[in-house]
Design a protein around this ligand. Sequence first.
Ligand code: GDP
Ligand code: FE
Ligand code: FE
Length: 188
Amino acid sequence: MAKLKKVMAEHLSKHRFEHCLRVSDYAVKLAKQNGLDQQEAALAGLVHDYAKERSQADFLAKIDATGLPADLKKWGNPIWHGVVGAAFVQDELGIEDPTILQAIRLHTTGGGHLEMTTLDKVVFMADYLEEGRDFPGVETARRVTDESLNQGVFYQLAHTLSYLASKEQVIYPKTFDAYNDWAQYLKQ
Ligand code: GDP
Ligand code: FE
Ligand code: FE
């Protein structure tokens, strides 16, 4: 873990490295609350944004090299650093555990309720709730998630979607699909 922290610090600006450390800590807290292996949560939280500061050219080359669908190219860093970022983590950090790689892949968009493992949910929520986050509603989001990890996931999906729509931003279909799946699962 100490070695990995050093590599993360070398690849990221100070503020983003510190975000990753806080996500790792919050992931451990959520792991304890949800009966998940704390080491696994700490590791996935630490590396989740490993690729966040890579260039557009790096991401485009990685999409080709790993045979990811070419239509991913029309998206950008917010989507790539998770979906494609997992391939950087595998190739450069040597993390092969598919459960960790999936948590990285899903950390921005979420996934359906059957697709997301407890680790995926923990990383998704730790990224949103780490102690440095101070958006309006973060305290409510923390409380909801302490009560129920699943309700926390749905809260984040609903609020991120409405935030993006309020800014008239494009929304990745997987984010929409995840929202609909959780709404059907929890609300009907
Ligand atoms: P960060 O990497 O710690 O900053 O957090 P995330 O990986 O969760 O989010 C990165 C950015 O992606 C945030 O600004 C989100 O608002 C944005 N984002 C999340 N979902 C979508 C989406 O479906 N479409 C777009 N365009 N942006 C999204
Ligand atoms: Fe991220
Ligand atoms: Fe993050």
